[in-house]
Design a protein around this ligand. Sequence first.
Ligand SMILES: Cc1cc2nc3c(=O)[nH]c(=O)nc-3n(C[C@H](O)[C@H](O)[C@H](O)COP(=O)(O)OP(=O)(O)OC[C@H]3O[C@@H](n4cnc5c(N)ncnc54)[C@H](O)[C@@H]3O)c2cc1C
Length: 475
Amino acid sequence: MTSPGELERTLRENLRGEVDFGAAARALATMDASNYRRVPVGVARPRDADDVAAALRICAEAGVPVVPRGGGTSIAGQATGVGVVLDLTRHMNALVSLDPAARTAVVQPGLVLDRLRGAARPHGLTFGPDPSMHSRCTLGGMIGNNACGAHSVAWGTTADNVAELAVTAYGGASYRLGTGWAGAPAGLRELVSRNLAVLRTGMAGGFSRRISGYGGLDALLPERGVEVARAFCGSEGTLGVVTEAVVRLVEAPRAPALAVLGYADESAAADAAAALLGFGPLTVEGMAADLVGSAAGLPRGGGWLFVEMRDEGAARSLVRAADAVDSVVVTDPAGQRALWRIREDAAGTATRMPGGGMAWPGWEDCAVPPARLGAYLREFRALLAQHGLRGTPYGTSARAASTYGSTSTWCRRRGSPASAPSPPTWRTWWSPTAAPSPGSTGTGRRGRSSCRGCTGRRSSGSSARTRTCGTRRAG
Ligand SMILES: Cc1cc2nc3c(=O)[nH]c(=O)nc-3n(C[C@H](O)[C@H](O)[C@H](O)COP(=O)(O)OP(=O)(O)OC[C@H]3O[C@@H](n4cnc5c(N)ncnc54)[C@H](O)[C@@H]3O)c2cc1C
């Protein structure tokens, strides 16, 4: 059994980047944006892929799990663990190259999304997936979580936008994953051939919102084109550490327009959302009254859908067709940004109850077929009331034929039929107190659903050594 001191020494001797097993570094890596806290044994900041390989080899020899970490904005504990945290943001954060003609970019894992988007913007391009944490989250973390975001309605999840991945596995072996078996681990092809039936029938067929965890494994099937890089996305660092990625860029609309549709309440808005997918929206985000409060610029209503369209004409056609109580079309970029801020600030806003009391994220990213979302929300509100709890649901998602379920956006994968069952997600922050009064601060009661497909939490230092991280959810 290697002691933390020995492990630290060995890592220091073999890595060019910093190795820090001190209390401050460990404390900073103890949490991500979730409720969970786990204290790592130490933190290493690799300078390059060789450092990553050395760390994974040394930790494997010591039997210590490894947690790759980007911005640490995960909301379910994914970026925390009890082993060695590899902080990829310090040194491995470069945009290696951008090819506007090929619409691709080569990125290091610690590159923050907004830096990539900023570099792509002058070419009229962008990276499609856009989690609300776009100013903090990294490409490595987005690949780890198969991140989504409001615009994944139009452009899909991170898995849809990744072409190639350079990956190093626990133990230090490196691979180049793309389409086809070339570059992939030798045993993978055989694993797939031995499990064809399971992959064809056991992947929640018909349920498209399979995102984090191994929900994309059926991309390895021959009839799916053996998309190994796609299958890796969402594996939350458990299959290996991405050291470089080739990602695809998409054409950004020149003058998008935001149609804000007001409905009687959040359930009515949710009821209406599925039908809007046929209009080719770029986003369909739901927002409830208790989240937006008295925000300026909203049309009348008690629940809203934020539907971004490619241009003003498309937005006005949508408004004419939508059966909304009231509506507004916002064309100026500043006005749109102000409205989107409501959604982006939602997670923070929702941790305070209107009276100032604390609330905890407790029921996140539930995947529900869009046609049933309105009913789901009505029943969910009733369930909260039954338990004396209050919540602030926001950010519905409608996503047809997608593979991801970790965000709060309505999204439909490009090219998929609008009528396909589309599992939306809905986050709720609930107050921990029964019958809360304004200003109350309850103690401790918090919960988390497993509605993202979570199967529970793994124990750290798993014996399956394909895994590189400590405990985390298995969704
Ligand atoms: C307010 C708020 C709003 C959010 N909104 C959205 C949203 O709209 N859509 C959405 O999808 N998510 C959303 N998220 C979740 C999160 O921001 C995203 O999933 C984001 O992409 C995570 O990136 P990160 O760099 O912070 O990754 P981290 O949290 O650091 O890591 C994410 C996972 O990837 C793994 N990982 C990190 N780097 C690597 C690597 N190099 N190789 C392999 N695995 C790696 C980690 O171990 C971890 O399992 C939101 C979070 C918050 C707090």
